[in-house]
Design a protein around this ligand. Structure first.
Ligand code: ZN
Length: 457
């Protein structure tokens, strides 16, 4: 998975212009291959047995670190983190259940979902009746394996297809979980891409789920590609990508970065971005942050949906907690719990598509474009409509794009009294932010408009 290099430093807005098909004539397009190959990454990460601690998280971060400048940090088991304690580290060598004939009827090596995450070690025999107390199935989806965890209470269990359970006969079963639960560490990764400002945008994706593609590999893939792209682009904000285990991982990150939280101006949690549903943006707790406006515009324009905050979900609920109050929204496609494949073996590589991941990458770039480049302008020729033709701004050739661009200029002129930002006008008109931004630049070039101030200051 390689992103193409380019000559000179391009800006984020130039990349968006490429996506819109308006690359400047003297510059090669930046967009080629930028949204491909994410499937390869998912195939590589899919088999790894991840949990909130352990080798699987380290292996996953190592793969991400092949593509971006990723610093890996760790905190020891037992460390207090606000109201939580970093748990012991969990690792698995093997786990299986053997039937009375010595056949492996449940096998961790076939799917890591077969083992309840954080299962304690065990090596014993028992009756089917006793074993059943530790088995989890999905009767309504008899061919799917459920995903179960028990991080903070010592337990063990196996997950299997209902169809497999139905075939088990009475008798004595051998149960082996060759796992370790021992003092170790919790690991997370961080990639910081300095901008011209110290103000930051936080991007967070959890990295603690075993073999499921949408939850959570899609979030890792989209965040990784964004980091790769921004590495090559000029940008105003400093972008900080955090890859951490859910809940305890984001709390660890928050506790270790308490001194820089006031630099974080905008944030997004990314997950569940590979399925075929449309985009869904979940607002920050305040609901009125700049990220809310930028994301609502982009997601609505893509045919997606915007929802209010609730203290239920992914790590946005840690970032938005009263003690931190960070303006962190969340971008998904179909939200967790609203598709039957969620937290089952049916959330597999066939459930997600490169196309969905790629368009999610593009959507987040558009959100960043609005955060980076939003500004208010003043119309310098407010007495009626100025003559665009004499200034070379009426297109000499027709076509849809030409008409759209003219309309964008007319809207910018009509609304730019210094109080409406480009994003305000985008919301009002339903025109894409990027098109209005280009119209503003064109109008300023011929002295019909003047930038008053950017909204990022
Ligand atoms: Zn999950």
């Amino acid at each position: 998975m390689q992103t193409p290099s380019h000559t000179g430093s391009a800006s984020l807005s130039e990349l968006i212009d490429d996506l819109d098909g308006v690359t400047a004539a003297d510059r090669a397009p930046l967009r080629d291959a930028r949204f491909q190959d994410l499937g390869e990454l998912l195939e590589r990460l899919f088999p790894i047995c991840r949990s909130i601690t352990g080798d699987g998280v380290r292996q996953t971060l190592a793969v991400l670190g092949e593509h971006i400048d990723l610093a890996v940090h760790s905190v020891p088991s037992g460390q207090r983190i606000y109201d939580w304690t970093v748990p012991q580290e969990w690792n698995v060598r093997d786990a299986f259940v053997e039937d009375p004939h010595g056949h492996r009827v449940i096998d961790f090596r076939e799917s890591n979902l077969h083992l309840q995450s954080y299962s304690e070690p065990i090596n014993t025999t028992m009756s089917l009746g006793e074993l059943r107390q530790h088995l989890h199935t999905l009767p309504e989806h008899p061919d799917w394996i459920p995903y179960r965890t028990s991080y903070y209470r010592r337990a063990w269990g196996f997950c299997l297809r209902q169809r497999e359970l139905d075939e088990l006969s009475e008798g004595t079963y051998r149960v082996v979980i060759d796992s370790t639960l021992a003092d170790g560490e919790l690991t997370y990764g961080e990639c910081i891409l300095p901008g011209s400002s110290q103000k930051e945008v936080l991007i967070s994706a959890h990295c603690c789920h075993p073999s499921m593609a949408n939850d959570n590999l899609s979030g890792l893939a989209v965040a990784l590609r964004l980091a790769e792209l921004l590495t090559d682009l000029d940008h105003y904000y400093t972008y900080r990508f955090v890859f951490a285990p859910g809940t305890i991982g984001s709390l660890v990150w928050l506790s270790e970065h308490a001194d820089l939280l006031d630099r974080i101006e905008h944030g997004l949690v990314l997950t569940g971005l590979g399925d075929s549903g449309h985009l869904v943006y979940k607002r920050t707790r305040a609901g009125s942050a700049a990220i809310d406006s930028a994301a609502a515009h982009t997601v609505t324009l893509s045919g997606g949906q915007v929802r209010d905050y609730s203290p239920w979900g992914y790590d946005e609920r840690q970032y938005n907690a009263l003690g931190f109050g960070l303006p962190v929204g969340r971008l998904t496609r179909t939200p967790h719990g609203e598709y039957p494949e969620y937290h089952t073996s049916a959330d597999n590589l066939q459930f997600v598509s490169e196309e969905a991941l790629g368009s999610a990458v593009a959507a987040v770039l558009r959100i960043f474009d609005a955060l980076e480049n939003n500004a208010t302008y003043v119309n310098l020729s407010p007495y009626g409509e100025p003559q665009l033709g004499t200034r070379g701004l009426y297109p000499s050739t027709g076509g849809q794009l030409a008409t759209d661009n003219t309309l964008a200029m007319l809207w910018m002129l009509a609304e730019s009294d210094g109080s409406n930002s480009i994003l305000d006008i985008a919301h009002k008109t339903g025109l894409p932010f990027s098109r209005l931004r280009r119209a503003a630049v064109d109008l300023q070039r011929v002295d019909l408009m003047k930038e008053q101030h950017t909204t990022r200051d």
